[in-house]
Design a protein around this ligand. Sequence first.
Ligand SMILES: Nc1ncnc2c1ncn2[C@@H]1O[C@H](COP(=O)(O)OP(=O)(O)O)[C@@H](O)[C@H]1O
Ligand code: SF4
Ligand SMILES: [Mg+2]
Length: 342
Amino acid sequence: MTTTTEKAVNPQADKAGTPLLEVRDLHVEFRTRDGVAKAVNGVNYSVSAGETLAVLGESGSGKSVTAQAIMGILDSPPGFVTQGEINFKGRDLLKLSEKERRKIRGAKMAMIFQDALSSLNPVLTVGYQLGEMFRVHQGMSRRDAKAKAIELMDRVRIPAARERVNDYPHQFSGGMRQRIMIAMALALEPDLIIADEPTTALDVTVQAQVMDLLAELQREFHMGLILITHDLGVVADVADKIAVMYAGRIVETAPVRELYKQPAHPYTRGLLDSIPRLDQKGEELYAIKGLPPNLLRIPSGCAFNPRCPMAQDVCRTDIPVLHPVTDSRGSACHFWKETLDG
Ligand SMILES: Nc1ncnc2c1ncn2[C@@H]1O[C@H](COP(=O)(O)OP(=O)(O)O)[C@@H](O)[C@H]1O
Ligand code: SF4
Ligand SMILES: [Mg+2]
């Protein structure tokens, strides 16, 4: 882990404001027996080195599918990228061969999933699985790879790493397993980590510890981090900016504090009002009415209109584009001004 400072001093990709990753007008559809499910419908987002982007939205909004398209692990068929660009360190990943993409995966970008138990191999020790990263990608000897594994386990603060390196995944608690997943992702010092609901399966105190660890490592390694979550509460302290997704589109994007203080989209407002607050005990929690749309039949106009308390006629006919609210904010709502003022 000696290149950390080099990276911090010389971040290749964020010089001159060029983001590390820039997703442009990405479209993904699933061609199923029941029809075509439009899962991602023109997503734009970017993340720079040393920056954390939280991607927020209810289940089914296309957060994971977007991540899978970036990583090149989309379930295809039935999933297909039909349009767009995924620019990573100046190259459009969609134009690369599978072989070239495989080289980038793991080494340059890594992913952390919600369920560590099903991502780890139950019959191999964690030391072996961590070491494999170095044996396969860097041709390291078994012995050196094991030493690296111990170093990584220390790094993610797994107590007694030297003794535990020969343990199997089921011998660790959920929180510790998630630390092992983080260690695996970090192993080759990637430029970008995508964490997909990394703490959803953990209880609340462990959630906070794992999130803090991830944030700390992200800063130290000066990585770009995309943090996918359905829980706005989880990312408040660690994200720089937020992209809110609904029905496969970004409906609002803003620096995290501004979004909390003053949302510019009724959907974001609904999500914020759904967070339990300690000072409002006993009051009924506002939850957004209804369900996210069936992606085989997305409503015309604004996809949120059947659930939106502010919907007008225009919302049922015209798709709102992402209007610039300020230099660093955007809202895809015909009535963003009114929302911001309300
Ligand atoms: N393997 C698949 N086959 C068919 N449809 C899929 C598949 N994976 C995802 N989808 C569709 O894409 C939608 C978005 O999924 P996803 O990105 O996983 O949502 P989330 O925002 O919860 O991560 C799903 O609701 C589903 O309609
Ligand atoms: S465009 Fe209309 S329906 Fe959509 S969020 Fe704005 S007010 Fe609501
Ligand atoms: Mg998901």
